[in-house]
Design a binder for this molecule. Structure first.
Ligand SMILES: [Zn+2]
Ligand SMILES: [Zn+2]
Length: 155
């Protein structure tokens, strides 16, 4: 069992569930921390969108309960592996190289994951063709603090 910090916003008794578009990959997430919009170039390329949204999760708190053999990953030379369903292409996780899942794409959850983005990150690389919404969230040129912006847990 992982050591749980105080920033966890989700209810540990009822894991958040999710999966890919074709339904073959399914997962359960138990310890969501905080979420952000990522405007980095890699997120633009792998999603085709100006930004992706992901939750930080406690390492070891996400279980793939179906379709683990279908998972494929783009593993850039540095940074997290970008894990997707090899069957339908749905973006699912960020994973340490050969290790624990530490990000879950918010769009992969079945319903409301219980947290919402609290920051924009890597805005120095934002797509020139899309405006960052004027939503009042803090913007970081690169990485935000590891614990997120002040008061980052939940929404
Ligand atoms: Zn799939
Ligand atoms: Zn990114």
């Amino acid at each position: 069992m992982v050591e749980l910090g105080c920033a966890i916003a989700s209810d540990l008794e009822s894991p958040r569930t999710g999966g890919c578009g074709c339904g073959r990959v399914r997962f359960e997430a138990r310890a969501l921390l905080w979420a952000s919009y990522c405007h980095c170039r890699r997120c633009q390329i792998r999603t085709g969108a100006p930004a992706s949204v992901q939750a930080r999760v406690e390492p070891g708190s996400v279980q793939v309960v179906a379709g683990e053999d279908l998972l494929r990953a783009w593993a850039p030379e540095d940074g997290l592996e970008k894990v997707f369903c090899g069957e339908c292409g749905s973006a699912l996780f960020g994973r340490r190289r050969g290790g624990a899942i530490v990000r879950v794409r918010l769009g992969a959850f079945d319903g409301d994951p219980g947290i919402a983005p609290v920051a924009h990150q890597y805005v120095a690389y934002a797509a020139p063709w899309a405006k960052i919404p004027d939503d009042g969230l803090p913007r970081y040129p690169e990485q935000p603090p590891a614990d997120g912006p002040p008061g980052a847990a939940g929404r």
